[in-house]
Design a protein. Structure first.
Length: 227
């Protein structure tokens, strides 16, 4: 892998949040596939790319390791964690349980403010999808689900989803890059929102399951073919 040409990773300023910026840049590079599973993360090279010290790079790598995006191997040092179907399946299973339950609970008690926030997030999501802006799409998707979990009162479940968010975004990037989706992600989410706004708890849960079933099948096919 040639990392030295990725000059746009460089951080031009050094604010107090330098480590946070380094984490964000590296996280996004992994999520969108600029750094692939198994790629070594060489401290010296990353220092040059980001324009930061080794201590900042080491902190960023430790942070991303806690998120499950990086793993440290005995002989290779830190590398980008590989995506595989057994781990991905667990993530989809967890999401299916938590998100379907939250959507159903949200549908039982949606107020006008929740409906407005859901529809606003849906508009942002569709705009990002149409503009092919992945980072905006991930952000809008996160807001969409946060509205659902918060309105449902499932705060602990949302904390669990947030811990998985980096790996979820990585899988989302993988499936969005394909053209064999039966239904687009925004279309699935529009169905979820419509069911919630109609107070259809069962319909909302079913829409979540359909969405994740579609995405999981694409991920399974891609990851098993890549072995």
């Amino acid at each position: 892998m040639e990392q030295t040409q990725d000059s746009d990773l460089r951080i031009d300023h050094s604010p107090a949040t330098l480590r946070q910026l380094a984490v964000e840049r590296l996280r996004q590079a992994i999520i969108v596939g600029r750094f692939n599973g198994g790629d070594r993360l060489v401290e010296r090279t990353l220092c040059e790319q980001l324009g930061v010290s080794r201590s900042v790079v080491r902190e960023a790598i430790r942070y991303l390791e806690a998120e499950g995006l990086v793993e440290t191997l005995a002989r290779s040092g830190p590398v980008v964690a590989r995506l595989d179907w057994p781990r991905a399946r667990q993530i989809y299973d967890i999401r299916r349980l938590l998100e379907a339950d939250a959507a159903a609970a949200c549908a039982r008690k949606p107020d006008d403010a929740t409906k407005a926030r859901l529809n606003a997030a849906l508009r942002d999501l569709q705009a990002a999808f149409d503009a092919a802006a992945p980072q905006d799409l991930y952000a809008a998707t996160t807001v969409f689900y946060e509205v659902i979990f918060r309105a449902a009162g499932h705060d602990i479940a949302w904390e669990i989803v947030q811990r998985l968010n980096s790996r979820i975004s990585r899988l989302r990037a993988l499936t969005l890059a394909t053209t064999n989706r039966r239904v687009s992600g925004p279309a699935h989410m529009a169905r979820i929102a419509a069911a919630i706004c109609a107070n259809d708890a069962e319909g909302a849960a079913d829409a979540v399951r359909a969405h994740l079933g579609d995405a999981a099948e694409i991920a399974r096919s891609l990851l098993e073919d890549a072995r």
